[in-house]
Design a protein around this ligand. Structure first.
Ligand code: PLP
Length: 356
């Protein structure tokens, strides 16, 4: 039964962009959400099962055991670590903690589609700076776009959905030039897939800088997308503010346990990433050979800047039982899966009639 209501919702809610999740179609291969193809390791699955015996209890609200484990692993003090319900929640918390209505949040476009949505939810103003011709962050243009109202700048490195990455020298130069009242957030959701040594480790760049935060997640390389847990490393005042705007108990106990077990099994999990990286080169080379443009990628996906052909490409892939993530009029993002899945995708890509 429908239940009509005359309760008004907030002004502007209807103009909020919608987050489009990767589709799931029974029987089709999902290469749409940048997940890793393998299920949990036995050690992680059994840690989750053991933790399930205690779910009548609230989780540790500060996730202190996990914070302690992250602190040891990455050699950063506990006070500089905040855990969140996926790093997407930490993006929102950062904006909530730093911005008042009218303050500006800057990010490249196209980049992670959650940034504009979260910015608008909080009532801040999004300022977008186009990627350069190589589909990479234009850090000089971003620097030039900073105003006295700018509070946050997201630099997604490698960038979702293009896979491109900024290198150490240019990012360090950018950080040196950003005024101290602006927090630069290095979103490193795909850090574990980076193979070019010139792509900097954000944690190294953030050390000793009072206006840099790094976001990492257990959803991608660590394979825990369904459990929702990520973390921020930031100056103490920023992590304290993140805790103030944290939804109480939002990182559940199974997620906390699984994240610790995943750090314990890190070598095994990163070995899986090495296989994905090898597949990434194979897939990109095959696409280039077929005649596609594919920017160099440091993540677990490739970007096909197909422009107006994007929607047709996604439909053609789906007709071949492969789900990609189209951004209409711009391009398609395709996650690297296991070799069979990638082969099915390449077969579809080779038979796309509108390619030439
Ligand atoms: C996937 C992703 C995240 C976060 O994912 P969570 O599952 O919320 O941890 C954050 N930033 C980027 C750029 C991503 O692609």
């Amino acid at each position: 039964m429908s239940t009509p209501s005359v309760v008004p919702t907030r002004a502007g809610l209807e103009s909020l962009p919608k987050y489009v999740p990767g589709r799931t179609v029974p029987g089709a291969i999902k290469l749409a959400s940048n997940e890793v193809p393998a299920g949990p390791l036995p050690s992680v699955a059994s840690a989750i099962a053991a933790s399930a015996a205690d779910i009548n209890r609230y989780p540790d609200m500060g996730a202190w055991a996990l914070v302690d484990r992250i602190s040891t692993r990455f050699e950063v003090p506990q006070e500089r670590i905040a855990v969140g319900c996926g790093s997407v929640a930490l993006c929102q918390q950062l904006i909530q903690a730093l911005c008042e209505p009218g303050d500006e949040v800057m990010f490249a476009w196209r980049s992670f589609e959650a940034y504009p949505i979260l910015t608008q939810i909080v009532g801040a103003t999004a300022v977008t700076v186009p990627l350069d011709a190589g589909h990479t962050h234009d850090l000089d243009a971003m620097l030039a776009a900073i105003t006295p109202k700018t509070r946050l700048v997201f630099v997604c490195n490698p960038n979702n959905p293009t896979g491109t990455a900024v290198r150490r020298a240019e990012l360090a130069r950018f950080l040196d030039a950003v005024p101290p009242h602006v927090l630069v957030v290095l979103d490193e959701a795909y850090r574990e897939f980076v193979t070019d040594r010139e792509v900097p480790d954000g944690l190294e760049l953030a050390a000793g800088r009072g206006n840099v935060a790094v976001l990492r997640t257990f959803s991608k390389a660590y394979g825990l997308a369904g459990l929702r847990v990520g973390y921020a490393v930031a100056p103490e005042q920023v992590t304290a503010a993140l805790r103030q705007v944290y939804i109480p108990f939002s990182v559940n106990s199974l997620a906390q346990t699984a994240a610790i077990a995943s750090l314990d099994a890190e070598e095994e999990l990163l070995a899986r990433c090495t296989k994905i990286v090898a597949e990434r080169s194979r897939v990109r080379d095959a696409l280039l050979e077929t005649g596609y443009q594919v920017p160099e990628t440091q993540a677990n996906f490739v970007w096909l800047p197909l422009g107006e052909k994007t929607a047709d490409f996604a439909e053609h892939a789906l007709a071949n039982k492969v789900i990609v993530r189209p951004f209409a009029g711009e391009g398609a993002r395709v996650t690297i899966g296991n070799p069979d899945e990638n082969e099915a995708f390449l077969t579809a890509a080779r038979s796309f009639p509108a390619l030439t």
